[in-house]
Design a protein. Structure first.
Length: 106
């Protein structure tokens, strides 16, 4: 590869890394919401898979419903994290233009 080609490729990689840093910052500010149990449990997670908010309908907090409530919380959190994965994947596709980059490239 001629030296000019290598320099061009390095500049493109540096630009992509800068874009990736910007994207990671943006994703930390974006949130997704999920619910379970017909809305009895609502969660909000950010783009870094951190739980930001958890709301539980008081009617769901009956001691007799404890196990069901725990299951609803797990389901809502897992769905929120799945939505974060989808959001991150979508944003990465935009950034890379659909290039199939090896894992850990960024």
């Amino acid at each position: 590869m001629p030296n000019g080609g290598m320099n061009k490729m390095m500049k493109q990689l540096q630009k992509a890394q800068a874009e990736m840093s910007r994207l990671q910052e943006e994703l930390s500010e974006k949130t997704v919401e999920s619910s379970s149990g017909g809305g009895a449990v609502r969660v909000v997670a950010n783009g870094q898979k951190q739980l930001v908010s958890l709301q539980i309908d008081p009617e769901a907090m009956d001691e007799d419903n404890r196990e069901m409530l725990e299951d609803m919380i797990i389901a809502a959190v897992n769905e929120a994290f799945n939505r974060v994965d989808e959001m991150v994947s979508s944003e990465m596709q935009k950034l890379t233009g659909g290039m199939n980059l090896p894992p850990g490239m960024f």
